[in-house]
Write a protein that binds this ligand. Structure first.
Ligand code: FAD
Length: 530
């Protein structure tokens, strides 16, 4: 099974992914949850019974939107509104499971092409309707909740009908993809012509091209293929004031690179309607090895050696002791502990052989024990399964959530310790001691990302429980001088920390750009720039 074999799945409210692939909790997990004090949660409220706010679009605004996209592409059906309520963070899921759809848009609007998007934005500016651009809907940072206070209404502008492969240039190895194309569908379309995008985030079954670009997503194969923002060579942005087209050549010295202003703008400057991306030939061979290191520090040093001096595998990641023990295959040696690293290689047979031999020598010289392909292939086979586990964990009364950051190599170990301690202390103080897992999954010459998974019993007020933990982790990240997000984005959840990270003058500059492109401030109010 490769990424282009996975189906295009329509996400349902609060149950992840393909209904045929529902996950059961492994027996050891159920026992571990008991030890953490988790008790089965009350059954979630059926999405059909969720409480929707009593908002409606005024008739003139609705009529104007219908005139642009057709009446059948403007819907205020409860099911559509619920399906466009918030995203997929654990607090988002907890609210919807409790029947709270208070942040639902008044209507969902589905334009067919770029021009319709521009006209929808113009109608919304004229009628003071806030617009939440909506691609796959998998935001985990509150990127899909509009601050509606100053507006006459809120719509979700769902880009799913912008869903084709516009063109492919095999000579330049680029493809132009429309923003609503699901990652899975994009991979199928490119695969039919012998290419791959190589962008495989864990949300691959739910996220779309426009969302990848708007959040600067990072896939699990980032070491080999690069982050999504590194793949984009050109893009088209629809704004209430018209169209911006950026990227006339692979590189350019024509002023600042304004593509970078749009990438990561999270729907606040305009709606990305298509991107032209670098593509690579479909790999002829894929091999994933497992390596065991005695300590996280030893494993991190090995990853750093590869990131700085090469050769780089396509996938490179390192789990800490706790994640190795809980989540991943036993790294061998009779459960002797240690940290599991995965080094995966994709490419031609010759390229894979050369990089694998070179990287294996580096990993061995750094103290790694080669565990062969079994742990690596097990990780590859299960790489999209983890999100499915969140549903049974919540059912079982567990709070499970993730957060991520990045820093320079010299500060990595201290950052890991500080964030783990902040999460552990805050949740233990609340009577719900957690298990905190951590891994490195994106490496650079100068540093790496850290990704934390937190698991504990749901407390009596889980939203406040997690808010306190997240607040402490955020403070620890900022105190360490690290970034508030390596790839999830800012949304509303990280807005204050982002402000702190970039400083008031940079924020003012960004707001000035927003005022220019979106004078009425209708685009994702409250997200990113506040
Ligand atoms: C289980 C799970 C695993 C995840 N794993 C990863 C991972 O491995 N790597 C990673 O990077 N992220 C990951 N994420 C986060 C999320 O999937 C990414 O941020 C993804 O890029 C969002 O894509 P989307 O299509 O779902 O966008 P959405 O959630 O629909 O939108 C994200 C933001 O972009 C804006 N937006 C959407 N479309 C457009 C557009 N066309 N133009 C302008 N703005 C737009 C939205 O308003 C919103 O603010 C994960 C999320 C989940 C739930």
């Amino acid at each position: 099974m490769t990424e282009s074999d996975l189906p295009v799945v329509q996400l349902r409210p609060y149950r992840w992914g393909d209904p045929q692939r529902r996950a059961e909790l492994p027996a050891f997990a159920a026992a571990a949850l008991g030890a953490l004090g988790a008790r089965p949660a009350p059954p979630p409220v059926d999405p059909d019974a969720a409480r929707l706010p009593d908002h409606t679009l005024a008739d003139p605004a609705r009529a104007a939107l219908e005139a642009v996209v057709g009446a059948e592409h403007v819907t205020a059906e409860p099911a559509a509104r619920v399906a466009h309520t918030r995203g997929w963070s654990t607090p988002d899921l907890l609210k919807l499971r409790a029947g709270d759809a208070d942040d639902a848009p008044d209507a969902v609007v589905l334009p067919a092409d770029h021009d319709e998007v521009v006209r929808v934005l113009q109608v919304c500016a004229e009628h003071r309707i806030a617009v939440v651009p909506f691609a796959g809907g998998t935001s985990v940072v509150g990127g899909l909740v509009a601050d509606r206070d100053a507006f006459a209404g809120v719509i979700a502008l769902d880009v799913r009908r912008l869903d084709g492969l516009v063109g492919l240039d095999p000579l330049s190895r680029t493809a132009t993809l429309r923003a609503g194309l699901r990652g899975t569908r994009a991979e199928q379309l490119l695969g039919e012509q012998g290419f791959t995008l190589g962008h495989f985030p864990q949300s691959y079954e739910g996220a779309s091209i426009g969302g990848y670009a708007a959040t600067r997503s990072a896939g699990q194969s980032s070491a080999g293929y690069g982050r999504f923002d590194e793949l984009v060579v050109a893009l088209v942005l629809a704004t209430p004031r018209g169209t911006i087209t950026l990227g006339a050549a692979p590189q350019s010295a024509a002023g600042p690179d304004l593509r970078q202003l749009v990438l990561g703008s999270e729907g606040t400057l305009g709606v990305i309607t298509s991107v032209t991306v670098r593509i690579r030939p479909r790999p002829a061979l894929r091999v994933f090895d497992g390596w065991r290191f005695d300590t996280f520090a030893a494993g991190a040093a090995a990853l750093r050696a590869l990131a700085q001096d090469g050769p780089l595998p396509t996938v490179l990641r390192l789990s800490d002791e706790a994640e190795t023990a809980v989540n991943l295959a036993d790294p061998g040696a009779g459960g002797s502990g240690g940290c599991l690293a995965i080094a995966g290689y994709e490419g031609t047979a010759a390229d894979v052989a050369a990089r694998r031999a070179g990287a294996s020598a580096v990993l061995a010289a750094a103290g790694g024990e080669n565990l062969g392909t079994a742990p690596g292939e097990a990780w590859r086979a299960g790489r999209y399964q983890a999100p499915y586990l969140r549903d049974p964990l919540l059912d079982a009364g567990a709070l499970v959530e993730t957060l991520e950051t990045a820093t320079f190599w010299s500060g990595l170990e201290a950052l890991r310790g500080a964030v783990s301690a902040a999460l552990t202390e805050t949740l233990t103080r609340q009577g719900t001691p957690p298990v905190v897992l951590c891994h490195i999954s994106h490496v650079y010459e100068t540093g790496a990302s850290l990704y934390f998974t937190v698991l504990c019993a749901l407390g009596p007020d889980p939203l406040a429980q997690w808010a306190a933990a997240k607040h402490a982790a955020t403070a620890a990240i900022r105190a360490a001088g690290a970034t508030i997000t390596h790839h999830h984005g800012v949304g509303t959840d990280h807005r204050d920390a982002y402000r702190d990270e970039i400083g008031p003058l940079a924020l003012e500059a960004l707001r000035a750009v927003k005022r220019t492109l979106d004078p009425a401030g209708i685009l994702n109010p409250g997200v990113l720039v506040g």
